[in-house]
Design a protein around this ligand. Structure first.
Ligand code: ADP
Ligand code: ADP
Length: 232
């Protein structure tokens, strides 16, 4: 991102526009685990929504995998989004679909052949350690298991970038460690770049290599995790 501004229009009651992202430049490189930390309202979610094109920047430039996305039409944006996986605080699984069907979903949307989908679903469930849960429904899983399904679904189409928005914030500390260990394997074994949004410093400490601290829509500090957190 270079000099990105995102302002939301004033509410119906009037007033000033909300500047959610205030002239942010940030460079995430392939293979990074890049942490974005900040309090509620700092602009973290907006930043992520700009990267996957769910929000349009008011000004500035955003390049994802070599493609400048700020002026893309929706159809071209879908192609860029195909190379981005996303996981969420509340997992966002389909409760009426089995675990296998949840993981299969993005492959079905992409129109992959049934045999390829079956093989890929099996592969992803093995990777996250849930092969024995393929026929279960999300309601029958623990929070940590649900997020592992979320990770399997996010990576089913082999994206090169994973956006994790408060992905461990609904989990207890032990389960958080398990999910962070899995994300570490996603980065190291699959080579997936991860942008990790969180309000928890421990999450950044245990997984990220680089960190940007956001406040009021700006990056107020950034660098290697060790350096940034060595001088609190
Ligand atoms: P964070 O993820 O760090 O909590 P957000 O990106 O959600 O921060 O919000 C940043 C600012 O933008 C906040 O002031 C928030 O109220 C505002 N905001 C976020 N989404 C919208 C929206 N759709 N319309 C208007 N204001 C918004
Ligand atoms: P349906 O019976 O409606 O196809 P399933 O949940 O049985 O729903 O299958 C969803 C997808 O996951 C299918 O592509 C299927 O081939 C695959 N699948 C089903 N069970 C497993 C399993 N145990 N391991 C791996 N893939 C599976």
């Amino acid at each position: 991102m270079t000099d990105v501004v995102k302002s939301y229009p004033p509410s119906e009651k009037g007033g000033a526009p909300v500047v959610a992202i205030d002239n942010v430049s940030v460079d995430v490189e392939r293979g990074d685990v890049y942490g974005i930390i900040g309090y509620s309202g700092a602009g973290k979610s907006t930043l992520v929504r700009l990267v996957n094109g769910l929000e349009k920047a008011t000004s500035g430039s955003i390049v994802v995998n070599g493609t400048e996305i700020t002026s893309l039409k929706e159809r071209s944006m879908r192609a860029v989004r195909g190379d981005i996986g996303m996981i969420f605080q509340q997992f966002n699984l389909f409760n009426s679909k089995t675990v296998a069907k949840n993981v299969a979903y993005p492959l079905e949307v992409a129109g992959r052949p049934a045999a390829e989908i079956a093989a890929r679903v099996a592969e992803m469930l093995a990777f996250v350690g849930l092969s024995d849960k393929a026929k279960n429904y999300p309601d029958q899983l623990s929070g940590g298991q649900k997020q592992r399904v979320g990770i399997a679904r996010a990576l089913a189409t082999s994206p090169s970038l994973l956006l994790a928005d408060e992905a461990t914030s609904a989990l207890d500390p032990e389960t958080t460690s398990e999910v962070l260990a899995l994300l570490d394997r996603v980065n190291r074994e699959l080579g997936v770049t991860i942008i990790l949004i969180t309000h928890e410093m421990d999450v950044i400490r245990s997984l990220a290599t680089k960190v940007a601290v956001m406040d009021g829509g700006q990056i107020v500090e950034r660098g290697d995790v060790f350096d940034v957190f060595a001088h609190p």
